[in-house]
Ligand binder design. Structure first.
Ligand SMILES: Nc1nc2[nH]cnc2c(=O)[nH]1
Length: 434
């Protein structure tokens, strides 16, 4: 039977369940936001709502039961926008059905790659300093997301970003939530991140920022499978020449997911040297979820950076992710409640900002004395938040690393896979939409 090895991982049922609640709270917005984005392509809102929950539950439960990691899976925010605005939006002849066929095909290829030794080689080939850069970059990115969502940081026409309006109610709520949660954390209160969310939620309610139009509702029924014939899906990809789209989905999902898993596993202390134990099952969790998700109507899934909030709350095993999966099933029946809470980002964003600071700690492990090691790691850290993409951050690190090594006469130290992906990433960044 499935064992979570709680003792071995120095955790308890209570800690794991609380960590599951924490991760769930920071990521449940996806059941509302994903349908909003994908329905712009014409796919019905209710279809995506349920498809998001189905893909999340399949991937997260697989991760829990077969890989025993506290890392949740759900449709990625970068990939849904790419699906809606780059693949379907700009190509009038590509319907959402055809685009889902491309997601399906990339999911099948990712599943096959996950079954080979490729995944292990890839994880081991990533240089240590880049791995540290990935963890720190994810930290920086998730903190930036938290700041942006709450309006603490806003868009600026000249400087791109600027400080938001400190008098606005949501910003005051966000700072209050941040202060409350930080104080709970320095006081070492168990479940500080989650308790911080509850208190901030209560303040939001009493200051009229959190309003409910009901709590429970039966989910709308989906219209059935969107991709029901795997052979026809491959046929669509060939007929519409969607090779570049499949390639982009594949490259981004592999690196987003692998990078996030390494980052969160490092944060949780679950890496064994260069390797991620049970990486096959962990990657399968994502590829199977992406494939099944495409069939029911959602863009590709990814390991979720928000899982780092559950890890910061003490989550170390699959019991955390079982909890997340159960809560996602429940969320299908609590549409109005989920939508109300997701609408007030200040409730969950303080956790994202604080977790960002915890993940940034890995910066200390980077070898800053050697520019050929440090600069690519720095580029990853800098570009993840600035390009809003984990995969693009990794791409820039992968491209710059071998170039610097070659000019230092250390080209032999670089794994052949790093050269290969440097070329693929360079091609993708220059020639394909992303
Ligand atoms: N790693 C990762 N985490 C996410 N959380 C929300 N969207 C994403 C995504 O696209 N990738």
């Amino acid at each position: 039977m499935f064992r979570f090895h709680l003792k071995e991982n120095q955790t308890t049922v209570k800690t794991e369940v609380l960590a599951g609640f924490t991760t769930f709270m920071t990521m449940v917005y996806i059941v509302v936001v994903n349908p909003i984005i994908l329905s712009t392509t014409g796919v019905p809102f209710d279809q995506v709502f349920l498809a998001t929950i189905i893909a999340t539950v399949i991937g997260t439960l697989w991760m829990a039961l077969f890989a025993n990691y506290p890392i949740a899976i759900a449709p990625g925010m970068g990939l849904n926008a790419y699906f809606a605005f780059s693949v379907v939006g700009t190509n009038t002849n590509i319907t959402y059905e055809v685009a889902f066929a491309a997601v399906f095909v990339s999911g099948v290829i990712f599943t096959l790659l996950s079954l080979t030794s490729f995944r292990k080689k890839l994880i081991e080939a990533i240089p240590d300093n880049l791995k540290h850069g990935i963890t720190a970059g994810i930290g920086f990115f998730i903190a930036f997301i938290g700041m942006r969502l709450t309006g603490i940081i806003v868009a600026h026409p000249d400087n791109l970003v600027a400080l938001g309006d400190l008098h606005s109610k949501p910003v005051i709520l966000a700072f209050s939530g941040l202060a409350i949660t930080l104080i709970l954390m320095v006081l070492r209160v168990n479940g500080a991140l989650f308790i911080g969310m509850l208190i901030t939620g209560a303040i939001a309610y009493f200051t009229n920022q959190l309003k409910f139009d009901g709590v429970v509702a039966l989910p709308g029924l989906p219209e059935g499978l969107i991709v029901s014939n795997p052979i026809a899906a491959f046929g669509d990809v060939i007929q519409y020449g969607l090779f570049a789209v499949v390639f982009s989905f594949l490259l981004v999902t592999i690196f987003d997911t692998t990078g996030t898993m390494i980052g969160v596993a490092q944060q949780a202390g679950l890496m064994k040297g260069k390797t991620l134990p049970r990486a096959r099952q962990a990657l399968l969790a994502d590829s199977v979820a992406a494939t099944a998700g495409a069939m029911v109507g959602t863009s590709p899934t990814s390991a979720y950076i928000e899982s780092s909030s559950g890890v910061a709350a003490g989550g170390r095993t699959g019991l955390t992710t079982v909890t997340v999966a159960v809560l996602f099933i429940a969320s299908a029946f609590f549409g109005p409640l989920v939508s109300a809470v997701s609408g007030v980002s200040a409730i969950t964003a303080p956790a994202l900002i604080i977790v960002g600071s915890l993940m940034m700690g890995t910066i200390a492990k980077i070898n800053w004395d050697e520019l050929d090691e440090a600069f690519p790691a720095f580029l990853i850290i800098l570009s993840m938040p600035l390009t809003s993409s984990i995969a693009t951050g990794i791409a820039l690190g992968f491209i710059s690393y071998p170039i610097l090594k070659i000019f230092r006469g250390k080209w032999k130290e670089v794994h052949p896979l790093v050269y290969m992906f440097a070329v693929l990433f360079a091609y993708q960044l220059v020639f394909l939409p992303h």
